[in-house]
Ligand binder design. Structure first.
Ligand code: AMP
Length: 281
């Protein structure tokens, strides 16, 4: 696996790949890799693409400075995992390579940016759009792979591609989970043993919400049930639990007659903020 820190060197190399008529698959990450990230690499490899992974902890998407400082960084382990996965190239730029001058662009994703994560993390998706558009411009991938764990993020990226007319196909990949159902996340490694044990409640509650949705319980009742379960747990602080339309993330109410929904949750377990989601049908 080739490792690049500079745009200029990466560009020369990828130009050669393109000249050989090879297609490029891209997996952007913030590192502290786990099997969820590797599943995206595997999907790109399965599609026989020259696979580029990036590791960049993007400062513009953190609205909490402490969160940025505390974000886990495990570069040696990441490189080893990527080598073993068969990833072809890794781009590990520093902040000056990505933002040589301040990026003042303001994107407009409409309601998508005001709901759920958008409401609780102002500026987050604008920062995501900045970094992804810069990385797409440098790597010029044919296909880019994102995890459905960050469901709203995938929708924002699709909107970005559409409104900027970018020639890249976006592939959303399934959520990879631990044996007890907890969605894999770089943040999980920061949970204490007790918090990690408590965190398995999140997928259990999502599954319960699926059963209640199937049984056609009112959405208000499902939301009340989840909130009351978490209120009993002192380690938890619920940011939101919503049932939305999977097509546009519109928040559903009992008035909406829909066959399919998506349950999305964000909560703190101790000091660690976790998100997860589950399709309901
Ligand atoms: P991150 O490093 O957290 O920015 O994630 C990089 C990419 O990996 C994003 O597209 C995430 O949605 C995806 N990802 C993170 N966790 C998982 C998971 N458990 N399963 C599948 N994809 C994931």
């Amino acid at each position: 696996m080739l490792i690049f820190e500079r745009n200029s060197e990466l560009k020369i190399y990828l130009d050669k790949i393109r000249a050989e008529s090879r297609q490029i698959g891209f997996v952007p990450t913030m590192g502290a890799l786990h099997a969820g990230h590797i599943s995206l690499i595997n999907e790109s490899k399965k599609q026989e693409l020259f696979t580029v992974c990036s590791i960049f902890v993007n400062p513009t998407q953190f609205n909490d400075k402490k969160d940025l400082e505390n974000y886990p960084r495990t570069p040696e382990k990441d490189i080893e995992m990527l080598r073993q996965s068969g990833c072809d190239a890794l781009f590990m730029p520093n902040a000056e390579e990505i933002y040589p001058k301040e990026d003042t662009r303001v994107f407009n994703f409409g309601e998508l940016d005001t709901l759920l994560e958008g409401a609780l993390r102002p500026g987050h998706f604008n920062g995501v759009a900045k970094v992804v558009s810069i990385l797409f411009d440098k790597i010029k991938p044919n296909v880019a792979f994102f995890g459905s764990k960050d469901y709203q993020q995938v929708m924002v990226i699709k909107a970005l591609v559409k409104q900027s007319n970018l020639p890249v196909k976006i592939v959303a990949c399934p959520i990879i989970r631990e044996a007890d159902g907890l969605a894999m996340s770089s943040r999980n490694m920061r949970l204490t043993k007790e918090e990690r044990e408590a965190a398995k409640l999140i997928p259990l509650l999502l599954n319960e919400s699926k059963l209640l949705f199937k049984a056609r319980k009112p959405i208000s009742e499902i939301k009340g049930f989840i909130a009351s379960k978490l209120a009993q747990k002192p380690t938890y602080k619920l940011d939101y639990f919503e049932i939305c339309d999977p097509q546009d993330l519109h928040i559903l109410t009992d008035k909406n007659e829909v066959k399919q929904g998506i349950a999305l949750i964000a909560c703190f377990v101790g000091n660690i903020r976790l998100i997860d989601n589950l399709l309901l049908d």
